[in-house]
Write a protein that binds this ligand. Sequence first.
Ligand code: PEP
Ligand code: MN
Length: 342
Amino acid sequence: MIITMQFGASQAEIDAVCSVIKERGFEPLVMPGEDRLAIGIHAALSPDDRIFLESAIGSLDGVSKVTQTSSPYTLASIEFHRTRSSVAVKGVVIGDGRFTVMAGPCSVESYDQYRASADMVKASGASVLRGGAFKPRTSPYSFQGLQEEGLQIIKQVGDETGLVTISEVMSADMVEVVADHVDILQIGARSMQNFPLLIEAGKSAHPVFLKRGPSATIDEFLLAAEYVLNQGNPNVILCERGIMPLDRTYTRNTLDLAAVPVLKEHTHLPVIVDPSHGTGVARYVAPMAKGAMVVGADGVMVEMHPDPKKALSDGSQALDPAHFNSLMKELKALATATGVRM
Ligand code: PEP
Ligand code: MN
């Protein structure tokens, strides 16, 4: 932590800052500057210390700015964990240098639609089957998902095909029932800061797939992950799925591919990219999925549908079977060319 004093701060004001630091048990390091003096605290501060010192010092006379030099999250940070983490579920490993493809329809619409999707996903070599049973829709008049019936279909198709399944849970009270039917709990972008949900998911034994909120900063995203980790669940997978766009004319969101190397620098958690919600346009999904591999993502989550024209949600961004298969072939070729395991 570095405290920058105001220009012309008095010695008494400098001393007051130093005594707050000393009272908390740390040694202040006074660094005279050309115009402004700075005071550093060279120590590993706990989150409690950080919050206390920031508010106690920030309001003192003569203080200009308090800057945190270490990350606000701990458990999610690379410096805490030292090595990259991976998540293993039913024999599928997410992370650890592999590129995992998670694919399936936006929504589970019927047994036949979901089973047909699963067969295509499996035949393509992808290992995780997605599909929403509870859908967060902007309008209450849009299809809300098959809900409990959808969960049963996911369970049945997961059992029949052996694919690892992932589906969204929208509220804390539904964590248990969703976990009874699916392998990975998805927390959607709109729920990234639903703190009771994060806490409940953190108590679950299931891996948690956390999507970045459309307006969330990297720190907010990692602090949301911290909520889950802090409850004792180490199996968190991050997903970049596009942030608020400047212009919705061409894409639904702005896929922040730069978030991948940024996250890799700051966290040990695996990072997946969702180019479907990230662009909202089926023909942009393949280029961004390949981009995700090149920038170092641990995989992609892609929406596909046996017949996108008939999809009950997100049809315009769903790949049809032919385009999904050709994307899988292109990804495999790119993986071979770039030394990525797939
Ligand atoms: C989804 O994956 O179907 C979904 C609703 O995604 P997001 O939360 O990223 O909008
Ligand atoms: Mn969708």
